[in-house]
Design a protein around this ligand. Structure first.
Ligand SMILES: Nc1ncnc2c1ncn2[C@@H]1O[C@H](COP(=O)(O)OP(=O)(O)O)[C@@H](O)[C@H]1O
Ligand SMILES: [Mg+2]
Length: 121
């Protein structure tokens, strides 16, 4: 988060719960998702704050990604690029599910859940 905060464009915070052991493959996928999300928030949203939280919810890993920028309509075709596509593909590969809310003016919130069993070695 430090490189993002050092830009003085917006503030990024990262909160993490006590986690079970997660495989390297899953960790790196999650990292790529987080990187892509942050990149989009900085490039497109004009946000002041990005919040990221990784926690355990029932039998799932839950990754919450949120910005307070201008938001966008996820269902509009002009908003599908390689970045969002690769996020979707990674979630699919992890056997996870996601809920994406992005509406004009309200920022973007992406909640990803991955069964803990898929995140172990
Ligand atoms: N956090 C965000 N805030 C506002 N708009 C966004 C955000 N993330 C994505 N978008 C919109 O969705 C589009 C597609 O994003 P993406 O697939 O990552 O492609 P790219 O970043 O190369 O344009 C972006 O061009 C932008 O219009
Ligand atoms: Mg992008």
């Amino acid at each position: 988060m430090r490189p993002v905060n050092a830009t003085n464009i917006c503030k990024a915070s990262f909160e993490i719960d006590d986690l079970p052991i997660i495989s390297i493959g899953v960790k790196s996928s999650l990292l790529r998702i987080v990187q892509e999300f942050i990149q989009n928030s900085i490039k497109h949203s004009g946000c002041k704050e990005i919040k990221i939280k990784l926690s355990v919810l029932n039998d799932n890993l839950a990754l919450l990604l949120q910005d307070d920028g201008k938001g966008f309509d996820i269902d509009k075709p002009q908003h599908t690029g390689i970045g969002l596509d690769s996020i979707r593909r990674r979630i699919q590969m992890l056997g996870g599910e996601y809920n994406f809310t992005g509406s004009a003016g309200k920022g973007v919130c992406l909640i990803i859940t991955i069964p803990i069993n898929n995140a172990k070695d």
